[in-house]
Ligand binder design. Structure first.
Ligand SMILES: Nc1nc2c(ncn2[C@@H]2O[C@H](COP(=O)(O)OP(=O)(O)OP(=O)(O)O)[C@@H](O)[C@H]2O)c(=O)[nH]1
Length: 325
């Protein structure tokens, strides 16, 4: 017997809502290769020159890990002056996930990532701080990408600096790629965007981990999250993978395929790590320490001393590269 689900019948009639698109924003200084990367992902071609002022949303449906993913990709124009920050911030609020791109041949573009990550933190949190919803305490995946590794003679940012920065500004993972040389590297970036987005949606309580976990703490963001980068020299196409454990990464066996399920060793060692991984510092990224309970009429024996108060501090700076986290 031929059975049809109500969902598919509605879909045929065009009444059932489509799958939610994955809205990705590609951010970075002008000239780092944002447009080249998006076009490479969609068409598999490397096209040399583009209109630098063009800001465009590309829609592209593809299958990742056996699931259809309707991408909406906003290729943000490089932001040459501060007056365009308002539009930039509106776009940041629109997006579900981010690719933060710099060129390994341009130190300024690398430093610009700090400011942009700060803007992401601020704009994705601000809305949520005002909301009552518990789910509002969320974060979004941000993938740090260093492009143009084919220009190894002009390199100004080392792989180690990229790895350090990815930890410092709390991105979900880090890639080094050459859009010109490898379509596979470009695909691996978008694959990770999608995988992290799924993980963040699936485990809302983990969402803040990539912003708040202290250096070196072992916190399992996802058992199947791997990140990769490629060796910068053209003669070495060896793929190296990193398992992302919350804020930190560990080098894996180089034969491990991206997306492989990892063993139990990669999860957090103690339950305590999961329960108290955050909030060890005040910060300017909107992360507030939880306030101690203040009694209006303290119960007997519960004397609240002034020193018990936790200072709440939040300052916002969107200028320059001196944003702090
Ligand atoms: N060598 C090399 N050049 C690249 C690579 N990716 C992009 N480019 C070049 O870098 C230049 C800038 O690329 P775009 O894609 O226009 O950069 P963009 O970040 O979109 O720049 P805006 O549109 O100004 O924000 C172009 O000349 C590209 O051909 C790469 O992987 N290697």
């Amino acid at each position: 017997m031929n059975t049809t689900s109500p969902k598919s019948s509605l879909a045929k009639l065009g009444l059932h809502s489509k799958q939610k698109p994955l809205k990705v924003m590609v951010l970075g200084q002008s000239g780092v290769g944002k447009t080249a990367m998006v076009v490479r992902f969609i068409t598999r071609r490397f096209i040399g020159e583009y209109d630098p002022n063009l800001e465009k949303v590309y829609t592209f449906n593809t299958v990742i890990d056996n699931e259809l993913v309707p991408f909406e990709i906003l290729d943000a124009a490089g932001q040459p002056n501060e007056s365009e920050n308002i539009g930039l911030e509106a776009n940041i609020r629109w997006a579900d996930a981010f690719i933060l791109m710099y060129s390994v041949t341009d130190k300024c573009s690398f430093d610009e990532c700090n400011r942009l990550k700060f803007l992401i933190n601020y704009n994705k949190r601000r809305r949520k701080l005002g909301s009552n919803s518990k789910d509002g305490m969320s974060d979004v995946p941000v993938i740090l990408v260093g492009n143009k590794t084919d220009q190894w003679g002009d390199r100004m940012v080392t792989t180690e600096e990229g790895q350090r920065r990815f930890r410092e500004i709390s991105c979900a993972c880090f890639h080094e790629i050459s859009v010109r040389e490898s379509v596979e590297q470009v695909w691996s970036v978008f694959r990770d965007v999608c995988r992290f987005w799924r993980v963040f949606n699936k485990f809302p309580k983990l969402k803040r981990s990539t912003s708040d976990v202290q250096n070196g703490s072992d916190f399992a963001l996802s058992p199947d999250s791997t990140c990769s980068y490629y060796e910068p020299t053209p003669e070495s196409e060896t793929r190296r993978s990193f398992l992302i454990i919350g804020h930190s990464w560990r080098e894996e066996d180089s034969n491990t395929e991206s997306g492989d399920i990892t063993g139990p060793n990669h999860t957090s060692d103690s339950k305590d790590d999961i329960e108290h991984p955050f909030r060890n510092r005040a910060s300017t990224d909107g992360t507030l320490l939880s306030r101690p309970r203040r009694w209006r009429y303290p119960p007997p024996g519960c004397a609240v001393t002034h020193s018990n108060r936790v200072e709440r501090r939040m300052s916002i700076s969107t200028r320059g590269s001196n944003a702090s986290y």
